[in-house]
Design a protein around this ligand. Structure first.
Ligand SMILES: C[S@@+](CC[C@H](N)C(=O)[O-])C[C@H]1O[C@@H](n2cnc3c(N)ncnc32)[C@H](O)[C@@H]1O
Length: 277
């Protein structure tokens, strides 16, 4: 098998950028090379040139790009990640949105976990919603969890996790929402039932336009892999997907401030969140 050249790498990353919005600069050549070699071996392709051509021009349904997406995305996650931010959600934002809805006579709540990986984030949100708001079961309460990587979505639907994924779950949540399943922990049915997993590429304009009517969007530790242009497009879609009086939560190192003035920055205790007013 020949080595992928810098020029081929550049063309391949251009195709990846166009289809997935993920940006791989030359520092990532080793990372990408390893994954490409894996796909070439699986497809019995000896020449990188043939692989680059195939991904760019002979993959009409995007099936190979999907395989590559499964390999190049970083899926690191765990339950109750970025706890302080979740406290701002649980103690301030969620009660505020719920009481506004009650006052308007609305009985529905919609949350989107965008880039949900293997499901730890949306299941965490499902646990919090039930704790803060026990009436959740009698409302139309939906947590839509989406990711581009089909392998992680399969694991998410299975709802079964090892010790590492659940290590940060607070004790009072643990027994209520998780049950022992051999060596693993399974999300209890009542909690899991609030979450619906869907395949979605955040760079797919048509699919993004169909996402509407959300009260909260969590997109944490996802946009760090995007460049400014695709990040801006995604944030614009998020703005349109949100109801008035709603919130968006990004990861600690991410900010919409730089790319959108449409959201209003609000402080809850030590935490900053973005609101659509
Ligand atoms: C590091 S995980 C973050 C998981 C979770 N949000 C958290 O903070 O723990 C990033 C996820 O974003 C997904 N992702 C990356 N690019 C994407 C895209 N273009 N569309 C949808 N999901 C994407 C990856 O597949 C991965 O599962």
């Amino acid at each position: 098998m020949s080595e992928i050249s810098v020029e081929q790498f550049k063309r391949l990353s251009q195709h990846i950028y166009q289809k997935l919005g993920l940006h791989f600069d030359e520092k990532k050549i080793y990372f990408l090379k390893k994954r490409v070699e894996k796909r070439m071996a699986a497809l019995h392709i000896a020449e990188p040139e043939d692989y680059v051509f195939m991904v760019g021009y002979a993959d009409p349904h995007g099936l190979e790009m999907q395989q590559l997406a499964n390999l190049v995305t970083t899926n690191e996650t765990y339950m109750f990640r970025e706890y302080e931010q979740l406290q701002a959600f649980a103690n301030h934002c969620l009660p505020q949105v719920l009481s506004a809805k009650l006052a308007r006579g609305e009985r529905s709540l919609r949350i989107w976990s965008a880039g949900c990986s293997s499901g730890e984030e949306p299941y965490t949100l499902a646990m919090i919603v039930q704790e803060v708001f026990p009436q959740a079961q009698s409302w139309k309460c939906q947590i839509i969890a989406t990711d581009i990587d089909e392998n992680v979505l399969q694991r998410a639907r299975d709802a079964c996790y090892g010790d590492r994924a659940v290590a940060e779950v607070p004790e009072d949540y643990f027994k209520k929402h998780l049950s022992e399943d051999g060596e693993q922990w399974r999300v209890r049915e009542k909690t899991a039932a609030l979450v619906e997993f869907r395949h979605l590429n955040l760079n797919d304009r048509m699919a993004m336009r169909a996402m509407r009517g959300f009260d909260f969007i969590f997109c944490r530790n996802v946009l760090i892999y995007f460049d400014d242009l695709s990040r801006q497009a995604v944030v614009d879609h998020f703005y349109n997907a949100l109801n008035r009086g709603s919130y968006i939560f990004l990861g600690h190192s991410e900010s919409v401030g730089r790319i959108s003035t449409a959201f209003k920055l609000k402080r809850f205790e030590s935490h900053l969140v973005y609101a659509k007013e």
